[in-house]
Design a protein around this ligand. Structure first.
Ligand code: G3P
Ligand code: MG
Length: 255
């Protein structure tokens, strides 16, 4: 498989599965990653958090209640306890056996299947360096660094990542309400990509990004009118909960 850098520069548009194929399976589980691959996504976006013993797990929230049968803060629980939780039946009974994956397991599964976008969730505590270090340790151990895009709302994490590993690829996610242009965030963090929500997508941002040789990713594109807007504006990374639909819409455009 091509390295991420050449894939991104040579591909006009590609589909990114948001938390896996999270419209068809519970988000950030192996089931959602399997569906995303089957649905034609070229990249899988997943979120990472740390456990009490600093293991990196694939999980979106700081707390367990929304997407598991557990309660309380993720950061205070052991990996063993977290792995006992049911991370699927909140979505549908069919997924009762889904567990919270570790980042290492997810990367192992995705190797040779797709590119990966690891979104490093902003730490509540001041230990963002530890979080970054643990994520990087896992990615390097899996030898997936050339296939991974790192993104975050926490721009300091991205800046430090780039200072330490300038060869790696990063994207800054726009913090809602932040009016700065992609080029300003790139100057601050060294990122190659700028990610915003479909509601934050403006022609001004697109023009600024393209002028400065940056690409744009947009989340979450689930409807055809959202796809049409992003497609027309030249968004490169189309982030969706329904990769099968976007793959289909892309092929209709290109036919
Ligand atoms: O990377 C885009 C998107 O995943 C950011 O928001 O909350 O879905 O992680 P969230
Ligand atoms: Mg995310």
């Amino acid at each position: 498989m091509d390295l991420l850098r050449s894939f991104v520069s040579e591909t006009q548009r590609f589909v990114v599965a948001h938390r896996g194929s999270s419209g068809t399976a519970p988000e950030n589980t192996m089931a959602s990653f399997r569906n995303a691959i089957a649905d034609g996504a070229r990249m899988i976006e997943l979120d990472v958090q740390l456990t009490a013993s600093n293991d990196v797990i694939v999980f979106h929230d700081d707390v367990l209640g929304r997407t598991t049968n557990g309660q309380g803060q993720v950061r205070t629980q052991s990996l063993a306890d977290l792995q006992k939780l049911d991370a699927g039946s909140w979505f549908s009974d069919q997924f009762i056996n889904e567990r919270i994956p570790t980042l290492a397991e997810a990367l192992d599964f995705l190797r040779d299947k797709s590119f990966v976008n690891i979104e490093i969730k902003p730490p509540k505590e001041s230990d963002f360096r530890l979080r970054l270090e643990k994520v990087m340790e896992t990615v390097f151990a899996a030898k997936m660094e050339t296939h991974t895009l790192f993104s975050s709302f926490h721009h300091r994490t991205l800046r430090e990542l780039k200072e330490r590993y300038p060869q790696l690829h990063t994207a800054a996610i726009n913090v809602p309400g932040d009016k700065r242009m992609p080029s300003e965030l790139s100057r601050e963090t060294g990122c190659e990509g700028f990610v915003c929500s479909i509601h934050e997508l403006t022609q001004k941002r697109v023009d600024d990004a393209h002028k400065h040789n940056l690409y744009i990713g947009v989340y979450t594109i689930n409807r055809k009118d959202q796809f049409d807007k992003a497609y027309k504006m030249g968004v490169k990374a189309l982030v969706t909960n329904f990769p099968a639909n976007l793959t289909q819409w892309m092929s209709e455009q290109q036919a």
